[in-house]
Design a protein around this ligand. Structure first.
Ligand code: GNR
Ligand code: NI
Length: 177
């Protein structure tokens, strides 16, 4: 069992999800503690990614782990990023079904660049780069969007977006979440 404290996940329409998170100076012990807590919060949810805005923090920190998606027993492969920047994106595009822990039980096909290269500070404050494709590419773009106040529903028509946001309101009223 884990002794790591978790955060509460913020849901739409909370305005913190529309704010731009601020760059951090360096990854220090306090940021590492935040990263550990965010990872545990994400595992508990469960989800494959989580950005700081979603736990009411406005610094540019995100966590991801795609390892447990199919196999519960697979070893954890967490990825921690601070100040992530997309330094290259492919012309090729990719469509995948996305969901968001801040927009519960709503899913939609989203088109994004198929591959991206991301520069960031890792858990040890070292500069690192990651080239992502497939689900990891969608996930890292989805998380960086969060840090910029952007949600996956923003890529949909106003009609579809409003339908999803209304459905979440209804779920909340009926306490189905
Ligand atoms: O758990 C999540 N699944 C997911 C699926 C496709 C594309 C992106 C994601 S991220 C999401 C968790 C979340 O809301 N992260 O911000
Ligand atoms: Ni999300």
């Amino acid at each position: 069992m884990s002794t790591i404290k978790t955060y509460e996940i913020i849901m739409v329409p909370d305005p913190v999800l529309r704010e731009t998170a601020q760059a951090i100076t360096r990854v220090d012990d306090a940021i590492r503690k935040q990263m550990d807590r965010m990872l545990q919060t994400m595992y508990d949810a469960p989800g494959i990614g989580l950005a700081a805005n979603q736990v009411n923090l406005l610094n540019r920190v995100l966590v991801m782990d795609l390892s447990k998606r199919e196999e519960e027993t697979a070893p954890a492969e967490p990825i921690f990023m601070a100040n992530p920047e997309i330094i290259w994106e492919s012309e090729e595009m990719s469509v995948m079904e996305e969901g968001c822990l801040s927009i519960p039980r709503q899913y939609a096909d989203i088109e994004r660049p198929a591959q991206v290269r991301v520069k960031y500070l890792d858990y040890h404050n070292k500069e690192a780069e990651l080239t992502a494709d497939g689900l990891l590419s969608h996930c890292v773009q989805h998380e960086i969007d969060h840090l910029n106040g952007v949600l996956f529903v923003d890529y949909l028509s106003r009609l579809k977006r409003n339908m999803m946001l209304k459905k979440v309101e209804k779920l909340k009223k009926h306490q189905e979440m």
